[in-house]
Write a protein that binds this ligand. Structure first.
Ligand SMILES: Cc1ncc(COP(=O)(O)O)c(C=O)c1O
Length: 386
């Protein structure tokens, strides 16, 4: 089917949840993606941070092909050769102790919220005075399932589906006084992204992050850090929180974790993990891990990919990344007057303007416009692949 036929069919047959740009992509190679007319784009969106190793990476393709010939799915009732290995790699890199795997980022975040509520329940049963409230941040984004959506700031995500999950309060971004004012023993967890993604690549200040850590520690509440967009090497360290010298109690990953296949993870300390056990008789029925476990062989197969992603930590926010940003900035300013601001953390960047629509990103990504940028990106990619 051609683009116009597909658009017509979708408008008749799909729920209209997304506004799509009128482009039909058919293939990709490295940092490029190609539409049905043969136009080649430099892909800076990369599936919203999912295709971290580019398209058609041989390690990803080969692993998926090999594993799908062996076993695509078993179930969670049996052991799987990949889960513990991936958990080991993630725990080593995060400084956390245990992992649970989900399908998506929003499920990983739901898992983190459940851990917080259950852990607070455990602490109460042990005599600690701690409540069930969550403190999230203004401009946050944590996903679109009910719990995640309820801790996501923008009203447009929450209001059509209200009432949302109760017990969430929003703190002004990087406002330490507001954080202190809203924090109390009623709070079971402070929820942050080290660098807000959808919020515009806005990093927490050291002061705010440190205060969140200190407040949580003071009452036994959890500090939960969403690294779904900023993690996995994207900012030059494995987790963006590592730039701050902060250790969370719980963190979440997804997006590039399985090289484009759906896989998320929630990681926590041994202390928090003691609340979970098979059957979940205690705390009674607060948690049921209702997610279908995704760690079937296919989703876990690209565990080698995780090693490759780790290599991307070599892009340390150094000269190359800065040069790339500068070029991008000049290129964007040259083509659009509306661009106001550029926020970045190494390769994780946001260009803000009056008109941040598909048009702007098209201007940016048409590789003919910024050849130097391309050259540098290729060098970086070659380094990652080496
Ligand atoms: C910071 C953050 N958390 C959670 C999510 C939700 O992840 P998913 O789309 O895999 O459900 C996203 C997705 O963009 C995100 O950026």
């Amino acid at each position: 089917m051609k683009l116009e036929e597909i658009r017509a069919a979708e408008s008749r047959l799909l729920l209209s949840t997304y506004e799509r740009s009128p482009v039909l992509f058919v293939s990709g190679e490295g940092v490029y993606i190609q539409d049905e007319k043969g136009t080649k784009y430099l892909d800076l969106l990369s599936g919203i941070g999912v295709n971290a190793l580019g398209y058609n990476h041989p390690a990803i393709v080969d692993t998926i092909a090999r594993q799908s010939r062996a076993l695509i799915h078993t179930s969670n009732l049996y052991y799987h050769e990949g889960q513990a290995e991936l958990a080991l790699r993630l725990t080593e890199r995060t400084g956390l102790d245990r992992a649970f795997f989900s399908n998506t980022g929003t499920e990983a975040w739901e898992g983190a919220l459940k851990l917080a509520r259950a852990y607070a329940g455990l602490k109460r049963s042990e005599g600690t005075n701690i409540g069930t409230k969550f403190l999230a941040l203004e401009q946050s984004f944590h996903g679109r399932t009910f719990g995640s959506m309820s801790t996501t700031y923008k009203a447009k995500y929450r209001e059509p589906f209200g009432p949302v999950v109760p017990g969430v309060d929003f703190v002004r971004f990087n406002d330490v006084a507001d954080l202190r004012a809203k924090f109390s023993n009623e709070v079971c967890a402070i929820l942050v992204e080290s660098i807000q993604g959808e919020g515009g690549i806005r990093p927490l200040t050291q002061e705010f992050f440190s205060e969140a850590r200190a407040l949580a520690t003071s009452t036994g509440a959890l500090l939960i850090v969403d690294e779904i967009q900023s993690g996995m090497g994207r900012t030059g360290k494995w987790c963006a929180y590592q730039h701050y010298g902060i250790q969370p109690d719980v963190t979440t990953f997804a997006k590039p974790l399985a090289g484009g296949l759906p896989l998320g993870a929630v990681l926590c300390t041994e202390e928090v993990a003691r609340v979970m056990h098979a059957g979940m008789e205690h705390p009674p029925a607060v948690i049921r891990w209702q997610f279908k476990w995704p760690c079937e062989p296919l989703a876990n197969a690209p565990r080698r990919i995780e090693y490759l992603i780790a290599q991307s930590c070599r892009i340390e926010g150094g000269l190359n990344a800065m040069q790339i940003l500068e070029l991008l900035w000049h290129s964007v300013r040259g083509s659009r007057t509306g661009c106001r601001d550029l926020q970045h953390a190494a390769m994780h960047l946001n260009i803000e303007g009056e008109d941040m629509t598909a048009d702007v990103s098209e201007d940016i990504v048409r590789h003919q416009k910024i050849p130097e940028f391309l050259g540098m990106l290729q060098t970086d990619l070659a380094n990652i692949r080496a």
